[in-house]
Design a protein around this ligand. Structure first.
Ligand SMILES: C[S@@+](CC[C@H](N)C(=O)[O-])C[C@H]1O[C@@H](n2cnc3c(N)ncnc32)[C@H](O)[C@@H]1O
Length: 193
């Protein structure tokens, strides 16, 4: 986090003391950077609690209520919060126990192409951004994602998926013997043009 940035943590049952203890151990002297928002995120959204900071966030991570309507509501709040270059990450994607998380994300980008684009899916996460920065991040994923994983010695295969409404997206899987890249139904050793 840069010196002027803050971290907002929100949950219905936030364990503030545990988080503070972790913060003081890992990054001492950062207490003013952490802000806790207690309560139901749907109510926080309806009460416009964060409205003065709309557009100011660069990263939002959602790991909250797993109902379909809960995910849609959290995505609405997240997309209000981020700026044009912001990223929204969602947890528990493709988790069979809460399949509606995945359905909600796909429905959300289908209904909100004017504000939300899917970038990457995999390892239980989905990463989304706005249409303004979609091309930039999409290109960066194409060129940088595998070299970055390779450098970290994480064998990952990058799969280009089909179009979802107006844009395509990548998924990432543990690397198999066939190749480092996948286009629909086809493995490639080198980056496909
Ligand atoms: C799967 S847990 C994840 C917690 C945390 N992200 C972690 O990894 O330890 C889901 C969390 O969502 C919170 N939650 C569920 N529904 C919520 C809502 N409507 N508003 C705010 N928090 C909610 C729960 O209290 C729970 O802590």
């Amino acid at each position: 986090m840069s010196p002027q940035e803050r971290l907002f943590l929100s949950d219905m049952t936030i364990r503030e003391q545990e988080v503070q203890a972790w913060r003081d151990l890992m990054i001492p002297g950062q207490d003013k950077k952490f802000q806790f928002l207690h309560g139901d995120s749907g109510v926080l959204r309806k009460r416009n609690v964060l409205h003065e900071l709309f557009g100011e966030f660069r990263w939002v991570h959602i790991d909250g209520e797993h109902s379909y309507e809960g995910v849609i509501s959290d995505l609405d709040l997240a997309f209000d919060c981020i700026g044009r270059s912001g990223i929204v990450a969602c947890d528990d994607v493709f988790h069979p126990m809460s399949a509606c998380v995945t359905q909600a994300i796909f429905d959300y980008v289908a209904r909100n192409a004017h504000k939300a684009r899917l970038l990457v899916l995999g390892f239980c996460k989905a990463y989304l951004t706005t249409p303004y920065w979609y091309d930039f991040y999409h290109q960066a994923c194409y060129k940088e994602l595998l070299p970055t994983f390779d450098e970290a010695k994480l064998p990952i295969t990058l799969c280009l998926n089909g179009w979802n409404q107006s844009s395509d997206y990548y998924s990432i899987i543990p690397r198999r013997s066939e190749g480092k890249y996948v286009t629909i139904g086809q493995f490639h050793e080198d980056i496909p043009s």
